[in-house]
Design a protein around this ligand. Sequence first.
Ligand code: BTN
Length: 319
Amino acid sequence: MSALMNILQDGRFHSGEEIGALLAISRSAVWKKIKRLKAERGVNIHCVKGRGYKLADRIIALDPPGYFSGEHLSWRVDVLQTLDSTNAEAFRRLAASVPAPFAIVTEQQTAGRGRRGRIWISPFGENLYFTLALRVDQGIRQLEGLSLVVGLAVVNSLKSVGVADVGLKWPNDVLASGQKIAGILLELAGDVADACHVIIGIGINANMLNAGQEIDQKWTSIRQLSGAMIDRNVLLSELQRQIDGYLGRHSAGGFSALQAEWEVNHLWQLRPVILSSGEKKITGTVVGVDSSGALRLLVDGIERKFSGGELSLRLQDDS
Ligand code: BTN
């Protein structure tokens, strides 16, 4: 966190004079820095004549870089201030031969990526933007159902920080009170038949109250649901603990060992849905998932299976 953000993060007013004295710069240099923070980082700062500068909202900063040490896996966690996308950064590090596993979190993304080419709104200091890069060393089996398993880890971390009524929508949307609270984007680096890595990107809406721009689906955040600000460091450590636990179970037993648990957490189990793949639409009832994580749908009395990243699900009665 920059020295200026450190001063401002309490959410109180600080005069240009006070900031100037603390940073040993002139008042006009303070003003320039404030303008840059607003323009380049999208940080919402109120500037009031006679009072000074104040963050629109208090920020609990992410902790400095560290190390996660779990029961099954351990990895280095780098905390950055701003990035285009934590997934894009993981690709760059792998291309530069940084050994996996490693994790990246950032205070802000300027080009956060969502599924199906969407953007992921990633304002400074508000939410959690996390990526874990893993080596695929157990062949294709390691990838089977992996994105669904990551969904279970996210749901359980949300439950453990007090979010109620949270569950999954196939394949890995995380919904709380019927609205999207987290998203998961898995990407592959390299060739599955050869040396390859999986990049697990997770975005959790933590303290966002106002997205600042239109999001084309109903969304919520932990803070919106609880009314209280959450320390993202607590959420991050719980998320990593859950991921480590679920990766261990997945690696030991494959997705079939977690299939029943996934279905218990599937919010749309037995619901009538419409499955879309581009222009193509299929109407059916959700039966569950199979041992590879494919969606089982009852279509005209016949059970059919669907898998693939471009598929999306909505309820038939969702007006
Ligand atoms: C979705 O569309 O539901 C998936 C959203 C995934 C967003 C996360 S935020 C951290 C990581 N970096 C990205 O650019 N995207 C993922």
